[in-house]
Design a protein around this ligand. Structure first.
Ligand code: ADP
Ligand code: MG
Length: 285
């Protein structure tokens, strides 16, 4: 199904498992000839039966944007055997942002603002290329190196991404993503596009600062109802007492229910919480 399968099948030796997601296992892989390390996404063809278009789509999107931005994982190679499809990426050795949040409990405002600014730079690039990611969440944000450096955060997993036609705000209608990060318009099936990534960034920013997500409820149904109603609070107070009104305003803007009124990536980068004169950047430089 991949247009140009590599004819030499064993150029890589796979090692330990780095992570797994919905359709794939990602393993460390060494390119035998060059001794270079990569992350190899192994997709079982049988498991993907009927959904092969998702992999084709992921490859097409990555070809369009790979190497175009320092904070997006680069696809180096892809090939297939009779059982599996293989996508070889830059190896990110620093792990998932999800694990860093869990290890720290919560991020300081300065570190959170640095990370969010870096991620938004890459989101803006993706959107300018006409692509919507649709699955932004801390499990799909990886540190290139160990050490949690805010400049090292990379956007990965373009499995659910789509290429959009110019200026259409309501093209996509399928329900997909990860419930806690999904925007209200996805559940309403009224059509969705780039603004869903801004909503997800609002949820991620909330998670970074509080250590928990805003729409966590006892059931998925309640969670969906909370998202559609935009029902979240900066509570309990003990988790929010050190968080500035500017940071809260930033989150609130990202979590605007109406996608047409939600800020764009460029608007977010121009928000006082993320601009150069923000106290966080003075402090952290
Ligand atoms: P899925 O589409 O199945 O969610 P992902 O592309 O998100 O697959 O990969 C699953 C997991 O594998 C990620 O959450 C991460 O832990 C790990 N992973 C993916 N890409 C890389 C990479 N380039 N470097 C290191 N780990 C990776
Ligand atoms: Mg994933």
């Amino acid at each position: 199904m991949v247009s140009q399968p590599t004819t030499v099948p064993c150029q890589y030796r796979t090692g330990r498992t780095l992570g797994s997601g919905t359709y794939a296992i990602v393993k460390e892989a060494i390119h035998i000839k060059t001794s270079q390390y990569y992350a190899c996404k192994v997709i079982n063809k049988k498991l993907m039966e009927g959904r092969e278009h998702m992999v084709r789509n992921e490859i097409a999107v990555l070809k369009r944007i790979s190497s175009g931005h320092a904070n997006i994982v680069t696809l180096h190679d892809y090939f297939e055997t009779s059982h599996n499809l293989y996508l070889c990426f830059d190896l990110c050795t620093g792990g998932e942002l999800f694990d860093s949040i869990c290890a720290r409990g919560q991020y300081t405002e300065a570190d959170a603002a640095g990370l969010v600014r870096t991620i938004f730079g890459a989101v803006q690039y993706i959107h300018d290329c006409g692509i919507v990611h649709r699955d932004l969440k801390p499990e799909n944000l990886l540190f290139r190196n160990k050490g949690d450096n805010v400049e090292d955060i990379m956007i990965a997993d373009f499995g659910l991404s789509r290429v959009m036609e110019e200026n259409k705000l309501h093209q996509l209608t399928e329900i997909c993503g990860t419930p806690g990060y999904m925007a209200p318009e996805i559940f309403k099936k009224t059509g969705h596009s780039k603004p869903v990534d801004i909503w997800a960034m609002g949820v991620i920013t909330y998670f970074l600062l509080a250590g928990y997500t805003p729409f966590d409820r006892d059931s998925q149904r309640q969670e969906m109802e909370a998202i559609i109603a935009g029902d979240y609070r900066f509570e309990p107070e003990e988790y929010w007492s050190n968080v500035s009104p500017t940071a809260r305003a930033f989150i609130s803007e990202c979590l605007t229910i109406d996608p047409m009124s939600r800020p764009t990536a460029a608007d977010c980068l121009a928000h006082p919480w993320l601009t150069a004169d923000s106290p966080h950047f003075v402090e952290s430089e």
